[in-house]
Design a protein around this ligand. Structure first.
Ligand SMILES: Cc1cc2nc3c(=O)[nH]c(=O)nc-3n(C[C@H](O)[C@H](O)[C@H](O)COP(=O)(O)O)c2cc1C
Length: 315
């Protein structure tokens, strides 16, 4: 059996598949559908300091090649997460990554400290795709300085693995990635959903209650793959690829572009067995190509491109 183990900071995963935040609830809700023993880790639904009811419906809209969602971070809030949910979450037989989102730098620090203080939680993922209350004119995900501040503050509260989840809704994702690395993130998740909308022409109104939402699923893959490629050339911390992964080949594209692990989200809705299939497919690819360790696959396409470039410039 090839070695599929992946490392994200201090977190060691049995294989490089991670279930994306918001697509498996807090975990136990999907235990009858998804075999959690096949995945490296799950990321729980993003929690905020206070409970949130989320956006007005409709919150989901299918679109060719993907799904638009505007859930609006509906969640039980920090206190209930720790006092009620965590007991059930801890029964999930995979590493547990808690996703958190604050509306101020302090809130990110408090949330990170509180969740990582619990032994059930192995790592934390900072979701920066939420409005920036402190700098209202510019969203957090588009502001390298704000991202650095949040990451530094969260870093100071924990020694557990700190993942920073970037957004593709920025013209300069590279600067945000570099700011996150410099501020102490252990790994970057590249990336969240892309802003989009549809209109119901009969009703004459936007299809989503919130007007716009986040595009996930296959249509997102080329966008976030290009972001992984771009970022992998400039940072040295591990990257977790995310966006549209449904098959082993999709996961491999992210890994060959420079990712050390991958997240699977929307694909689970149509195929809850996708993670197991993806892990089997990765192992099969490695055997066919005589690759002993999945870590050896990370960025291979970049190396191939560099060799090609060296050959062309030498001619
Ligand atoms: C219904 C739904 C809810 C989501 N909720 C969250 C969330 O709470 N926090 C978060 O960071 N990302 C959330 N996401 C984004 C996913 O974690 C993932 O980054 C994104 O969907 C891209 O991956 P995919 O194409 O494999 O789904 C959500 C996505 C969907 C479809």
């Amino acid at each position: 059996m090839p070695d599929l183990r992946a490392t994200l900071g201090r977190l060691r995963l049995c294989n490089p598949t991670v279930l994306a935040s918001g697509t498996v609830g807090y975990g136990p809700e999907y235990a009858s559908l998804i075999d959690y023993t096949t995945v490296g880790a799950i990321v729980t639904k993003t929690i905020t300091p206070e409970p949130r009811a989320g956006n007005a419906p409709p919150r989901l809209k299918e679109t060719p090649g993907g799904l638009l969602n505007a859930i609006g971070l509906e969640n039980v809030g920090l206190e209930r997460f720790l006092s009620e949910k965590l007991r059930e979450v801890a029964t999930v037989p995979a590493a547990l990554i808690a996703s958190v989102a604050g509306f101020t730098v302090n809130e990110y620090a408090e949330l990170t400290g509180a969740v990582t203080a619990r032994e059930e939680i192995d790592a934390v993922e900072l979701n920066i795709s939420c409005p920036n209350v402190e700098r209202a004119r510019r969203p957090v995900w588009d502001d390298p300085e704000a991202v650095a501040e949040i990451t530094r503050a969260a870093r100071a509260t924990t020694e557990k693995t700190l993942l920073l989840k970037l957004s593709p809704n920025t013209a300069d994702i590279l600067s945000v990635a570099e700011a996150g690395e410099a501020a102490g993130a252990d790994a970057l998740v590249v990336a969240n959903t892309l802003s989009g909308m549809r209109i119901d022409v009969e009703a004459g109104t936007p299809s989503l209650g919130n007007t716009t939402g986040g595009l996930s699923g296959r249509a997102l893959l080329p966008v976030n793959l290009a972001n992984v490629w771009k970022i992998a050339g400039s940072v040295s911390i591990p990257i977790v690829g995310s966006g549209g992964i449904a098959d082993p080949g999709d996961a491999l594209e992210y890994i060959l572009a420079g990712a050390s692990a991958v997240q699977i989200g929307t694909a689970l809705f149509a195929d809850p067995e996708a993670p197991g299939r993806i892990v089997d497919g990765l192992a099969e690819y490695m055997r066919a190509h005589d690759i002993e360790s999945i870590e050896g696959c990370t960025g291979l396409a970049r190396k191939e491109k560099e060799r090609e470039w060296q050959r062309t410039t030498a001619d």
